[in-house]
Ligand binder design. Structure first.
Ligand SMILES: *Cc1c(COP(=O)(O)O)cnc(C)c1O
Length: 406
């Protein structure tokens, strides 16, 4: 067998406006390219402690057990389920999209009994349905739901859902992969027990890391497990020998942490802290509102009701007669712009536009609206050239006015 001679891989520059990854700022890419350290190097250990503090800031928590899992959001998800569920326990999963479905998979693989609270795709989770399910199943131990359903762009009321769960003596597992850094999230105030996120959505790092945080009640349950967690890699009782540390406690080898990727996450959180969490949330909303005006000017309608719309994930129905696959290919090839396709029932029916983290900028809003106008016009649609971008600018101008006034 002869292997062909491979050359250095140079990825093209793209504008990332799909459901993640989002655009990565050069400060984060620079951080990742710095010298690799050993995962037990004391200098690296100091950075790990700072990183944990920055994650506590982003999650709004004092939880001691707050750290990034080495793996994508799915590994953070599995870490929560595999550690918190004992075989035979009943877990209510609220499903309103793809990622709630994955939670059910996790519960069953952990030997738990999943009770599913269904809401239609595109809707928020209905708190009344959760309350009813808890009344019907008083032996439930855990409630799990997705705060920001990336498959549709629906935001659920995490505060209320956690309140209901706590009233029934349940622990909560919350998916914040798309919400962290983009939408209000108060882990301690809302009483969330286990939460996981991802590096590549509103934190704007490359994919591959999953910030997690566990309340004292969750940690107590994990420490008291009658049986070891089924996963060796994700067993927190082992992982914390490495990530626990702090205050001079020794760190022991568990797995080799992805040191350079962690520099990147550290830098992205430094950027978030510089901007301020509330300001980052507000920026996501501002850009969403301008983008919305442009999309509506192009005649596109949103999938999710205004009250439950995620600013960082905009799902709109595809206009009649458009070859959506061909259009996405043109956007990628000619405009170097990536947008998201629909998933599940919405495959071929909606597009998903991400305005996450560093991608949530006026440059991206204007660029994308221009590109859409160009491809729609080329496809024979009659549009007033420049009107969509003008509609977005009008919103930006109005926002600037209210800012001056306040
Ligand atoms: C992206 C995403 C995940 C999975 O994260 P990966 O990094 O792709 O493993 C889980 N939940 C939600 C809501 C997501 O958006």
């Amino acid at each position: 067998m002869t292997a062909s001679i491979a050359k250095t891989f140079y990825p093209p520059h793209r504008v990332l406006m799909g459901p993640g990854p989002s655009d990565v700022p050069s400060r984060v890419l620079d951080a990742i390219s710095r010298p690799t350290l050993g995962h037990l190097d004391p200098v690296f250990a100091d950075m790990m402690e700072e990183l944990k503090g920055l994650l506590r800031y982003a999650f709004n928590t004092r939880n001691a057990v707050t750290f990034p899992v080495s793996g994508p959001g799915s590994v953070g998800m599995e870490t929560c389920f595999v550690n918190l569920i004992n075989p035979g326990e009943k877990v209510i999963v609220c499903r309103n999209g793809v990622f709630g479905g994955r939670m059910i998979e996790n519960v069953e693989r952990c030997g738990g009994i999943a009770v599913v609270v269904e809401d239609a795709w595109g809707k928020a989770v209905d708190p009344n349905k959760l309350a009813d399910a808890l009344k019907a199943h008083p032996d439930t131990r855990i409630v799990a739901f997705v705060q920001a359903e990336t498959s549709t762009g629906a935001l659920s009321d995490a505060k209320t859902l956690c309140e209901i769960a706590r009233r029934h003596g349940c622990l909560t597992i919350v998916d914040a992969v798309t919400s962290l850094g983009g939408s209000p999230l108060m882990v301690d105030e809302w009483g969330i027990d286990a939460i996981y996120s991802g590096s590549q959505k509103c934190l704007s790092c490359p994919p591959g890391l999953s910030p997690v945080s566990f309340s004292d009640a969750a940690v107590a349950k994990i420490k008291a497990r009658p049986k070891k967690a089924q996963s060796w890699f994700m067993d927190l009782n082992l992982v914390l020998g490495y990530w626990g540390g702090g205050g001079g406690a020794p760190r022991t080898y568990h797995h080799t942490a992805p040191t350079n990727s962690l520099y990147g996450l550290h830098e992205s959180l430094v950027i978030l802290q510089e901007e301020g969490l509330e300001k980052a949330w507000a920026r996501h909303t501002r850009n969403h509102l301008a983008f919305r005006a442009g999309l509506e000017n192009l005649g596109l309608n949103f999938l999710v009701d205004e009250a439950h719309r995620l600013p960082q994930l905009n799902s709109v129905f595809i206009p009649q007669g458009v070859d959506e696959k061909a259009l996405r290919k043109t956007l990628l090839d000619e405009h170097r712009l990536e947008i998201g396709a629909g998933l599940g029932d919405f495959a071929g029916k909606v597009w998903r536009f991400g305005l996450m983290g560093h991608s949530s900028r006026i440059e991206n809003v204007v660029y994308c609206l221009n590109a859409l106008e160009a491809v729609f016009t080329a496809g024979g649609m009659k549009l007033e050239r420049g009107a969509a971008v003008a509609a977005a600018h009008q919103i930006y101008a109005a926002q600037a006015q209210t800012e001056i006034a306040s």
